[in-house]
Design a binder for this molecule. Structure first.
Ligand code: IVH
Length: 712
């Protein structure tokens, strides 16, 4: 937990109450922590501050250390925190719900407009219309209308799949059950933001407090908590509101501009934000931004910036997406909110890859309505550069959901005998040397100091396991942080494969889990079932779960998409390991969109190491990796074909051609090989064209290509 708002005193002090026995105290603390976990994770309604919560946990940990026999396996310290509410069904988004790139200053906005103009090859006199509108700080939702009737509604979830909240959405007064008017498509997913107005938020909190119920930290939390009620009659009592600003799948659209479609939304009876405007220059976008920033406090609802979108939909289509966000839109965020407090201590945490991360432990302070007691310090150099010391008074800031940061030290308030912070050179967990490797490209020391203990460092091994079971990886319910720690410390789970053999070993064990204090039969059964439920896993999750450096979710998806199966990927990586950096095999991986040398090197390092090969092999005895299933792109004449673009194109930019080909399901490669299906050659094509001819690959000119894909 990082940020909560203290509204009430904790139900009991953290210290044992006088004559309480240790066993009774463990019981009491467990119940309390459980209660607060429930409030924080499930109800979005923390009652106590981070510090108070941490004190409860610290005391329990203390007791457990002193009396290991009292450590309960079903205690809340062993339970996953953020388990999703299981009772809502899931809905897959036909068109994923993506996020927006961010602009933090004026220059970023100027760059955005220029980037778009360049991409579209607009001349100086060509006008580019861009809409601007407030960025609502609520939660996004996708509402499907079929023949004008509200059919289903889903939260954003992970962008690909959300929770089915249809019954709850049906209770919102502002959302029509039937659309009325002209040009209503047979099917359309309306996207927008659910939010709570300031007045309604305050009234809700006052009523909650009066009834002794939970009080929400901010309107966003309140809106989220209200929508995620399993009982829709509760949602119905909360005055949730809605602005429609985008769409997902649609059988057809009522206009050919962003503003036109949103105007149609309005005519159909959907609420839209009245402040949307159209501009044609970066300056006028910035004027809008400043105007809205000035009005921010009087709007009556929370906003955290403004959003700019290219108005013409044909331009939007040409611009397409990069990674997880559209190239045709950007969010311009408001500056972060700041506060001053005392930095009590600098903690060093050891992560999955051995990185030593400094964390500032702060005297709790409210920033923008949320109590903050931790802030990130990034790394050693940052601490030295800002000369941040324990005991200093510091200015901190937070922006949106971003982890709070230390901006600067208030030197005037520095205690007389303070001394510069000494960053440890040994791992605080395993005692191994902690070093800063030199970065190949620059020859300079890496900013991150890492523990060299590898798997002998229990912190690293545990963090890898936690990552492996986490929500976006194997997503094993009921196997959270604390349980991993316990199973690791008791030698039950040391590697990913051990998770899947746990039940078998437990059945044969002289000390089965159920014989341990506090570990009930039903919870053990549930855990084993949750593990079994993950014996089949999609390729991208599998890759992400392995925790290979530089392979985050997006890269894992890119790799899964490009190779389809684990076998194909392993073959490609093995070939690159054998062939080295200059080999075709290496370059073939390099040709994949989104994949560069850093990732290939990380794959080569990981799969080249025997220890990892053994761990993966052991894991594959227990789990089946499902091939990647492509999102339903329409079959096109180039689906599954490999295309190489070379030379200067005149009707499309290279990026555009590439994006378009990929949308149609083609794989775009950078070099020509036997596997290439088409080479599209523009003017002045060089060696690639020669190669194509030599290998007998079909060569097309730009018009030929456009004809092939039906765009001539
Ligand atoms: S457009 C393809 N317009 O901001 C992206 N988003 O950071 C379409 N948001 O997930 C989103 N106000 O929840 C758009 N006027 C607005 C918005 C808005 C708030 C949220 C939305 C999105 C997030 C992206």
């Amino acid at each position: 937990m990082s940020e909560t708002k203290p509204k009430k005193k904790p139900k009991a002090a953290a210290k044992g109450a006088g004559n309480e026995t240790p066993a009774a105290e463990v019981e009491r603390l467990s119940a309390e922590i459980s209660h607060h976990d429930e409030l924080y994770y499930r109800q979005d309604a923390p009652e106590i501050s981070d510090a108070a919560y941490d004190a409860l946990r610290r005391r329990l940990a203390e007791l457990e250390k002193a009396h290991p026999e009292l450590r309960r396996l079903d205690s809340p310290t062993v339970k996953v925190g953020a388990a999703p509410v299981a009772a809502f069904g899931k809905i897959r988004h036909d068109v994923p719900m993506l996020s927006l790139g961010n602009a933090f200053d004026d220059q970023n906005v100027v760059d955005f407009v220029e980037r778009v103009r360049r991409f579209l090859k607009l001349g100086q006199d060509d006008e580019l219309e861009v809409t601007s509108e407030p960025k609502i700080d609520g939660l996004s939702i996708s509402i499907r209308y079929e023949k004008g009737a509200l059919a289903q509604a889903a939260t954003r979830g992970d962008g690909a799949e959300g929770e089915n909240v249809t019954a709850n959405i049906m209770t919102l007064r502002e959302i029509p059950h039937t659309l009325k008017g002209k040009d209503i498509p047979d099917l359309i997913d309306i996207r927008g933001e659910i939010y709570l107005g300031h007045k309604d938020f305050e009234a809700l909190n006052a009523a909650q407090a009066e009834n002794g119920d939970k009080v929400f930290a901010n309107p966003r939390n309140a809106a989220a908590g209200s929508l995620r009620q399993l009982d829709p009659s509760i949602t119905a009592k909360r005055p949730l509101r809605f602005f429609a600003y985008a769409w997902g799948a649609a059988s057809n659209l009522p206009a050919d501009t962003q503003a036109g479609v949103v105007a149609a939304f309005k005519s159909w009876g959907l609420p839209v934000n009245p402040l949307m405007r159209i501009s044609t220059t970066a300056e006028s976008l910035l004027d809008f931004y400043r105007d809205i920033e000035g009005k921010r406090a009087t709007l009556g609802y929370d906003i955290d910036g403004v959003v700019y979108k290219v108005n013409r939909l044909d331009y939007q289509n040409r611009l397409g997406f990069v990674s997880r966000s559209p190239r045709w839109a950007i969010a311009h965020k408001f500056a972060a909110e700041q506060a001053t407090t005392v930095l009590e201590k600098i903690d060093i945490q050891v992560g999955r890859t051995g990185a030593l991360t400094p964390v500032a432990k702060l005297k709790p302070v409210t920033v923008g309505g949320v109590v903050v007691s931790n802030a990130t310090l990034h790394n050693e150099d940052e601490i030295a550069r800002k000369d941040i010391r324990e005991g200093d008074t510091v200015v901190i800031q937070r922006a949106g959901d971003v982890i709070p940061q230390v901006v600067e030290v208030v030197l005037a308030k520095r205690p007389a005998h303070s001394h510069a912070f000494k960053f440890p050179t040994v791992c605080p967990v395993c005692g191994s040397h902690a070093v800063r490797e030199s970065v190949e490209e620059t020859g300079r020391a890496d900013v991150v100091r890492r523990c060299t203990g590898g798997l002998i460092c229990s912190a690293q091994a545990k963090e890898r396991l936690k990552h492996f079971v986490s929500r976006n990886a194997f997503d094993i319910e009921g196997l959270g942080t604390e349980k991993i720690e316990f199973f690791f410390d008791t030698d039950r789970i040391k590697s990913p494969a051990d998770i899947f053999t746990l039940a078998r070993r437990d059945a044969a064990s002289e000390e089965p889990l159920t014989s341990l204090r506090g570990f009930k039969e039903t919870s053990v059964r549930k855990l084993f079932a949750a593990i079994d439920a993950r014996r089949e896993v999609p390729l991208d999750r599998f890759l992400f779960a392995l925790g290979i450096r530089h392979i985050g979710e997006t890269t894992a998806k890119d790799l899964a998409k490009a190779y389809g199966t684990l076998e194909a990927l392993r073959n490609a990586v093995d070939a690159a390991i054998d062939g080295g950096k200059e080999s075709d095999a290496y370059r073939d991986i390099d040709n994949i969109e989104g994949i560069g040398e850093t990732v290939i090197d990380a794959l080569v390092d990981f799969f080249g190491e025997q220890h990892n090969q053994e761990q993966v092999a052991a894991l594959l005895k227990e789990v089946t990796v499902k091939p990647y299933v492509r999102a339903q792109t329409k079959e096109s004449p180039v689906t599954g074909k490999t295309v190489v673009f070379t030379g200067t194109l005149t009707k499309l930019t290279r990026n555009e051609a590439k994006a378009q080909a990929e949308r149609l399901g083609a794989k775009v490669a950078g070099s020509v090989s036997k596997k290439t299906d088409y080479v599209v050659a523009g003017a002045d094509a060089g060696s690639k064209l020669d190669n194509a001819r030599a290998l007998g690959v079909t060569v097309l000119d730009e018009d030929g290509w456009l004809a092939l894909i039906g765009q001539a």
